[in-house]
Design a protein around this ligand. Sequence first.
Ligand SMILES: [Zn+2]
Length: 86
Amino acid sequence: MTTFDGNALAGRLDDLLGWDATASEVRCTHCGLRGLLATAAVYASAMGAVVRCRSCDAVLLTVVDAPDGRSWLGMPGLSAVELRRG
Ligand SMILES: [Zn+2]
């Protein structure tokens, strides 16, 4: 497993969501820290990625790439995600 910062997820999330979520502010459910997803810690493996809070190490977001071509996005530790309109 390799560690990156949140910027490593930019292309991946853009592919899955249609927008670059790393430029969004998020809030950690565990400790309440707010910051850009790009600043979180990303642990990547062949199966996908786990994103952890820099403050409390809680799992914020997971991406699992299944062998059948589907991907699963989990957001177990995000209490809020900034979305930009228009
Ligand atoms: Zn936290």
